[in-house]
Structures are given as C-alpha cells and as structure tokens.
Design a protein around this ligand. Sequence first.
Ligand code: APR
Length: 238
Amino acid sequence: MHISAELRQLFARAKRVLVLTGAGVSAESGVPTFRGGGNTAVWKGMRFDVISSAEMVERDLPAVWEWFDYRRDFLNELTPNPAHFEIARWQERFAELTLVTQNIDGLHQQAGSREVIELHGNIWRARCTACGATYSMVQQQRPDACLECGEPLRPDVVLFGEMLPPGAFELAAARASVCELCFVVGTSALVYPAAGLPEIAKAAGAYVVEVNPERTALSSLCDEVLTGKAGEVLPLFQ
Ligand code: APR
C-alpha cells in the first residue's frame, strides 16, 4: 500500500482533520455492510430500507424493534477493530479531530473515541416517540414505555424517510468547511447528506483521502484513494 509523501507530510503537520466513516469501518469487526460486495441486507423477506423506515414505525413498531433487537444482540458479540482504535488515537494526535459516523453500532465509542458526531443515531439508545426522551440500552433493558410521558419508545436511529438529528449535520459541515485533511473510510458515499461532507471539505481546499477496498461514487473527487481494508490501511499512519 503506497501512501504518498504529500499525504504523509500533511498528516504530520495537520491540525484540523475530519474523518467520515461508514459501515465498511466495522466490516472487519463482523458487522455486515449494506451495499458493498454487491448484496443487500434483507430481514424476514423485507429489504433493510423497508424494515428500517419511518413508515414501518407507524405501521408495525414491534417488528421494527424485533429487527433492531436482533441487530443489537448480534453487535453485542462484536468488538472494535484496528481501524476504530487508530481513529481513536488520532483524537490525541490532532488539535481538532472531528469524527463523523453514519454507523449506529457504537464501536467507535467502544474503541475510545469521544464526541462522535452520530449522523444516523445509535442502536444502543431508545427514544420516546412523543417527548423525545432517550434511554440507554447499554447493559440494561429499555423501559416498556416512556417514563416521562408514557408514550411508546422507538430505536434512536435515523430511519429511511427521516431527518438527521438536529444540529448533527450542521456541526459536521462546519468542521468539514475548515478541515485541512479529510478521510473517508468505508462508505459507498451513496447516502446524502453524509456523502456531501467530503464535497464540502474538498470545496474548502482540504486534501481528501478515501480508504475502501472498492471504488465508490466519491473516488474521482478524492486527492488520494487508498485501496484496501480500513483495519489494514489506517494503522499504516502510525
Ligand atoms: N474497510 C473499508 N471499507 C470497506 C471494508 C473494509 N474492511 N469492507 C467494505 N468496505 C466498503 C464497501 O466497499 C462499501 O463501499 O464499505 C462500504 C459500505 O457501503 P454501504 O454498505 O453502502 O454502507 P454506508 O456507506 O455506511 O451506508 C450509508 O446507508 O443504509 C444506510 O443508514 C445506513 O448508514 C447507512 C447509510
């Protein structure tokens, strides 16, 4: 794997760095991706973007919980991989490291990353469908209903057809517009507005680097494409 001298120098002196991650950064931990590798996730005959939709919360909330409970149980057995740990180390290395993830698996936090901007929520939280109160499900059961207002709880994740958490994208975009170096790790860059962040960074003059074993919709925009697995490529920056 060749990393250019230009990138190594920039990595050595950069102060403001933004990292955008997708499902691929967790692939080596055993988390299936949604699209990479050509297949699409399906649950009980339903495509993942059907069961993971706002419309399904209205129509059949217990089914939505069954799907997310299954995924949470699956995730419970998994641990962060070298890519997560390397990114966590970068928060000590750079004056301003911004980590933006599309993942809901919480593996960045498990690896020690703090202040993670979660664009799509987190599978380890439940949220009240009425008042928005949130409940952690890390080593604890969720209450049957909201303890504040008694209304039903739903997974605190962004489902298809829903807006991102208020302020999350705006903060990420503000950081992208001032970063010097932007890493895009393990995303097919097909889902907006997340996929727009590297474009904002590029337009603001940042050096954009993609880490992915496959070419993506973003590759042609990048200053450097590192073709490989995140868990093997990112530790090369040590
Ligand atoms: N290291 C780096 N990248 C990898 C690895 C790996 N070990 N394995 C696979 N990839 C790449 C694939 O080549 C693919 O480009 O990760 C990407 C995963 O793409 P998707 O499955 O589309 O996941 P993502 O881009 O995160 O999806 C965005 O779509 O389904 C919604 O809300 C969901 O957050 C998700 C969003």
